[in-house]
Design a binder for this molecule. Structure first.
Ligand code: NAD
Ligand code: TYD
Length: 358
């Protein structure tokens, strides 16, 4: 039973996109850590949303799943009225750059219009009484565009998106900020670097290549492979979101990153080495699968985050080294081959064949 103190702490939190990769880790953290909160997971269950990711917490008393599409304004307004949410953590999005190149409008619909629908529903429900309310928008470092050999993205770096995905995320960030300035809606935005870890859909670099190595399929490296990303273990992102949600300053943004830059080809070679060990294959077997293919159009050369603001203000830093995180990730995929099989069947297979056809 909850005591008086915990009752007064009770909050109704709407988290969108909780059946996806990052969202499922955030949901798990909140459901387990805050039994006094009511956590609502709103997800349309697109190809990227998978309730298997949440099997361990789905029966918890403080967890409710709502199947809904953020593109449907009427449905979203009704849900806000029905459940009277206090705070929103918004992760639902189309999230894969290659898909955004193939179908940019889908990204405008979900990432821009879907975010607008949530902003409007929050504004309508909370009217002008924003006390103790919060719209926390989860964004990406890709909104800043690309870096040269040196420098880091800070919270004041100008937006300069290059892909339809990053343009749609930049647009949604601008609308969140504009609702803060124009209507007084309390918001926080965090812009994070590339995540990796368990439950990531195998279309992004690390899980795609783990899956391909298991199946002895080619590892399609775009261009010369000398593109740099700053990798962060997904649970460290969830911890940063928890901190920013509870202690972050409203009307501000936080950059979150791994202090962990890797050129794609070096990362892929490390992955191959660990996979050969884990699968008892002769060293060099997986590297033999590397195939350089035509570059991604508009491919950003380098991303790297300066996460000193969240470190100084909220005391956050990554807790897991890349070597530890990568090993945990590989072990998870090797121990969950059924999960991989389930998500790579059907529709995803069509996308895969289309993306890598030659
Ligand atoms: P994901 O693609 O794994 O999951 C997205 C989730 O959103 C899925 O569960 C999907 O069903 C749901 N969704 C999609 N369209 C929807 C709609 N119209 N209505 C309701 N639900 C919908 O994405 P992810 O990698 O977990 O990313 C989550 C968020 O974090 C995104 O906003 C993304 O831009 C951001 N982000 C991701 C990374 C990364 O490396 N993956 C890095 C920084 C920021
Ligand atoms: P990705 O995981 O798609 O994340 P993002 O584009 O959002 O950074 O890609 C990470 C890097 O890996 C990026 O430089 C593109 C590259 N990449 C490949 O070389 N081959 C692939 O098949 C994929 C999916 C990505």
């Amino acid at each position: 039973m909850q005591d008086q103190f915990h009752k007064s702490e009770s909050l109704k939190i709407l988290l969108t996109g909780g059946a996806g990769f990052i969202g499922s880790h955030v949901i798990r953290l909140f459901v387990n850590k805050y039994p006094e909160y009511e956590i609502y997971n709103l997800d349309a269950l697109t190809y990227a949303g998978n309730l298997e990711n949440l099997e361990d917490i789905e029966a918890a008393d403080n967890y409710t799943f709502l199947k809904a599409d953020i593109n449907n304004a009427v449905e979203i307004n009704n849900l806000f009225e029905k459940y009277n949410f206090d705070k929103v953590i918004h992760l639902a999005a189309e999230s894969h750059v290659d898909r955004s190149i193939a179908d940019p409008l889908a990204f405008v619909r979900t990432n821009v219009i879907g975010t607008m629908n949530l902003l409007n529903a929050a504004k309508a429900l909370w009217k002008d009484n924003f006390k103790d309310k919060l719209f926390y928008h989860i964004s990406t470092d890709e909104v800043y565009g690309t870096l040269g050999e040196t420098g880091l993205f800070t919270e004041t770096t100008s937006y300069d998106p290059n892909s339809p995905y990053s343009a749609s995320k930049a647009s949604s960030d601008h609308f969140v900020r504009a609702y803060g300035e124009t209507y007084g809606l309390p918001y926080i935005i965090s812009n994070c670097s590339n995540n990796y870890g368990p439950n990531q859909f195998p279309e992004k670099l690390i899980p795609l290549f783990i899956n391909n190595i298991i199946q002895n399929k080619q590892l399609p490296v775009y261009g010369d492979g000398k593109y740099t990303r700053d990798w962060l273990y997904v649970i460290d992102h969830a911890i940063a979101i928890d901190l920013a949600f509870h202690q972050g300053k409203t009307k501000s943004t936080y950059n979150i990153g791994g202090f962990n830059e890797w050129q794609n080809i070096d990362l892929v070679k490390l992955l191959c080495k660990i996979m050969d060990e884990k699968l008892d294959r002769v060293q060099g077997t997986s590297e033999g699968l590397i195939t350089y293919i035509k570059d991604r159009p508009g491919h950003d050369k380098r991303y790297a985050i300066d996460a000193s603001k969240i470190n100084k203000e909220l005391g956050w830093k990554p807790s897991v080294t890349f070597e530890e995180g990568l090993e945990k990730t590989i072990d998870w995929y090797l121990n969950n081959e059924d999960w991989l099989k389930n998500v790579t069947s059907g529709k995803y297979q069509e996308y895969y064949n289309n993306q890598y056809k030659k």
